[in-house]
Design a protein around this ligand. Structure first.
Ligand code: TUI
Length: 315
């Protein structure tokens, strides 16, 4: 067992968080991760409030363990989803792609643990002052919407910048990563791509197999030109997106081109026209297994490493 500031804060057995991925992180995956002693997180994405409510109700019906909900701050339904979290007493709320300060006080007043994703020390410090309970420091190795700093340099700098627990994200897929994150001063890891390749994840099998086939150079980043960099697997869609940006297409044209692409990948399994969002850790994922197995393996491997490392010290 690994006891950290994160396991204490949230009341979970293992310092392993499942990223709240839009379309992908539905109640089935969340229940599997939380039941295994990790923290499962519903991905609200851009979904309307009725869909999100159903997801919360299903999680509550299938586990009594702590769980969370992620809301990307550019969702058109952000206000309603925040209100829903309060109404449904969701234990943990994580946010992505922006500054959640305007919501923190309300969430905290309802007893909700608030854990924003940050990509810089500046935002981490501001959010600690605003009352965040912990932060997820996410490096540019991650899939989906990303910042500009790598995990290896971001995590220890965020650890130095704040006193609240820091969860490391971006590039993690196994126990070696968890052990390394703890060495950097983090209180746990969040993994997204690794949890897509699980039996309980509802993503199309084509999506999962594309991740299993990927190596460390299989992802690329599009969207820099419109200020929304997104990492996904290289495929015809990603190359077309890049070509569009290179010829100076308007923001509106680019957004229109991108809209609905994640759904195509996740739901239809369209690996040509869909956006297969994934992190560089895709190269570390070699199998599709139960989500509980991912949690157990990650912790067991980290424990074995941490037991072995003191042997490196000589008198
Ligand atoms: O949020 C993410 N990753 C995401 S959200 C997403 S949603 C979506 N996309 C397309 C179609 C449908 C749904 C996909 N991937 N990760 C968390 C994250 N947040 N990474 C980086 C950041 C971040 C970046 C800058 C957080 C804050 C920030 O600060 C800006 C500011 O205002 O200071």
């Amino acid at each position: 067992m690994l006891k950290t500031a994160l396991t204490d804060l949230v009341g979970i057995a293992h310092p392993v968080v499942q990223g709240g991925m839009a379309w992908v992180a539905t109640w089935e995956l969340v229940v599997a991760v939380s039941e295994a002693g990790g923290l499962g997180i519903i991905g609200a994405g851009n979904a309307p409030v009725d869909f999100v409510r159903q997801q919360i109700r299903q999680v509550k019906a299938h586990t009594t363990k702590p769980y969370g909900l992620n809301i990307p701050l550019f969702s058109p339904f952000v206000e309603q989803v925040m209100a829903l979290c309060i109404e449904e007493r969701v234990p943990v709320v994580t946010t992505g792609a922006g500054n959640p300060t305007p919501y923190i006080e309300r969430l905290k007043a309802a007893g909700i643990i608030v854990i924003p994703v940050v990509a810089s020390t500046a935002l981490a410090k501001r959010l600690e002052r605003a009352g965040a309970d912990a932060v997820i420091a996410e490096g540019e190795e991650s899939g989906g919407h990303i910042g500009e700093v790598t995990t290896m340099v971001l995590v220890p700098q965020v650890v130095d910048a704040v006193t609240i627990p820091v969860i490391a994200a971006g590039g993690f897929a196994d126990g070696r990563g968890l052990a390394a994150a703890l060495a950097l001063g983090a209180a746990g890891v969040q993994m997204g791509t690794r949890f897509i390749c699980t039996d309980e994840c509802i993503a199309h099998i084509n999506y999962k197999q594309a991740i299993v086939k990927a190596n460390e150079r299989s992802t690329m980043v599009t969207g820099y030109s419109i200020g929304h960099p997104v990492r996904c697997l290289r495929n015809p869609m990603a190359h077309d997106f890049e070509a569009l940006e290179k010829r100076g297409a308007s923001e509106q044209e680019i957004i229109e081109f991108g809209t609905g692409r994640l759904r195509l990948a996740v739901v239809e399994g369209d690996c040509v026209r869909g956006s297969l969002m994934a992190g560089q850790a895709a190269g570390l994922v070699h199998d599709i297994v139960p989500a509980g197995e991912v949690v157990r393996r990650t912790v067991a491997e980290a424990e074995a490493i941490l037991r072995r490392l003191p042997g490196l010290i000589v008198a």
